[in-house]
Design a binder for this molecule. Sequence first.
Ligand SMILES: [Zn+2]
Length: 458
Amino acid sequence: MKKILVILLSIFVLGQSSAALAASPPREKLNLKAHPSYQIDAKYDSKENMLKGHLKVKFKNRYKKNLKEVRFNVWSNAKEYQDQGGSVTITNMKSNHEPVNFKLENSVLQVFTRPQALNKVVEIEFSFNITVPENNDRYGRTDKIVKLGNALPVLAVYDSEGWNTDPFYEYGDSFFAEASEYNVSFLTEKSMKVVSSGSETNYYYKNEYTLHTFKAKQARDFSLVLSKDFLKQTLPLKNHVINVYYLPEQQSQLNLIKQTTRDSFELFEKTFGKYPWKEFDVALTDGWFGGMEFSQFVMVSLYDGLSEEDLKFNVAHEIAHQWFYAIVGSNQHDEPWLDEALASYAALLYKNDTNNLTAGPVEDPYYKLTSTVTDFMNKGDEGINNYYYMTYIYGTTALYDLRLLVGDKPFYQTLKQYIRENQYKIATTQEFIKLFERKNKLDLSEYMNEHRITPESN
Ligand SMILES: [Zn+2]
């Protein structure tokens, strides 16, 4: 069986057979104006628990003269996942069609290229074999669901700090990427239902497999969730297609989730601006975590003891990340509050619960609102608790206080402008504060001191 799978892989994934070329999906022309562009050909077979394939990314070297090293984040190779039996193997590394050296250590992949001139297109390609560990995390598999959240290697963001390859943590997010174009062909068993970033553009049957093709524009990640048991319901919205995928045993929660999804999505479009893509998916999963955001879809996990109110909050919080993660990118490791506090505030807005937020900061001044995920995680369990408290709870108080300072209408107008100006870009705390100061003719230094907002220390 394995041999057949390998042959199929070489036909579909590597495209080496001329007979197969006719059956292959058409290749899109890469748009390199501003954003990285990926072509990924991958295959997942549930008998092997392995995601295999080939990744090619093209991007313009807007970063520096004689760029000699390109870095990727390979979060599926983080130590936590290796300890659970996960692994990632990279082979056939090429830069601009020439074999080059590379090094993969935990979640960081370094590629050593020839010096690349400024403003020239760099093309990196390699093959990957990703063994998916058994767990109930946002990346991993149970007997019912395979969650490939941030499993694929992704080009790191290059900024004034150089390549951003911050450590991965089980708690908190370190996911940070430029908005990119993805063209993906994905081969998997015919019985498998596939939820992904972007939209499916076509599918082809091949024996017991289906080759799906997907396109995702301006996506921060290309993530997938697979299950043979998924059922699907589509919500009737005017300008978008919203699908909810669920397991038969999750049926009892379905109406609540559909209602929350529709109502919060509509509220956020009204409050923060238009959702710029056609499709959005909610995949109900069986994880321990409340939920997780990806580009153009979210996971929401249902676990024992989850109250209706918490479930509504979780669904709305994850959906709000489409505006505060997917549309406006931010460095989730360096400034976790910037997307998390805004997503939590939005979820409270949906729950009509933003009228008296008074939680204070934790006592220990070590913890800032703008502390990095590493700052929190370095303090063990206390740090994990304080990460959730400061980022998700105190962060919403800080936003509430900002609203009191500038007034309701200007607060929401400024937020809308923040999203409009930073659509498909990467925003920082500094820019967020500066925009509020500029638009509302205020000096927010005192507000920043009071709320432990110290962006310069990141
Ligand atoms: Zn979140």
